[in-house]
Design a protein around this ligand. Structure first.
Ligand code: AMP
Ligand code: ZN
Length: 118
């Protein structure tokens, strides 16, 4: 566990309520949802950003997506669709430096995500 990492504390079960957990990952609802369903899927291992991923973490990243698939199905999103997005550093708006997939869905979403392009 990394010192002073909020998501390490959540993964350890010290705070918050989980919607999913297995040996590799835990998931919980985002405190400030930006979609009707907004779940964060995080590894139990502390990894700060995508830039810090090591080849040995490949299985962890795979497990984030496998968990997202299960949660999406449980939330009724599998057929209608959803996103599973990971932000990295400032331009992407990363604010918590323990990697997490944002699983969002429950409404139609726009694409591409580049509003200022016009
Ligand atoms: P990001 O901006 O990609 O780093 O996403 C961080 C997400 O964590 C944001 O969507 C926040 O709303 C969410 N968040 C921050 N603190 C908590 C918390 N205690 N419980 C659940 N979600 C949180
Ligand atoms: Zn952490």
């Amino acid at each position: 566990m990394a010192d002073n990492c909020l998501f390490c504390k959540i993964a350890a079960g010290e705070i918050g309520e989980l919607v999913y957990e297995n040996d590799h990952v835990v998931a919980f609802r985002d405190i400030n949802p930006v979609a009707p369903t907004h779940v964060l899927v995080i590894p139990r291992k502390h990894i700060s950003t995508i830039n810090d991923l090591d080849p040995v973490d490949a299985e962890i990243v795979g497990n984030l997506y496998l968990a997202a698939k299960e949660i999406a199905a449980a939330e009724g999103l599998a057929e209608r669709g959803y996103r599973a997005t990971m932000n990295c550093n400032a331009d992407a708006g990363q604010s918590v430096f323990h990697i997490h997939l944002h699983l969002t869905g429950g409404h139609a979403m726009g694409w591409p995500p580049w509003p200022e392009k016009g």
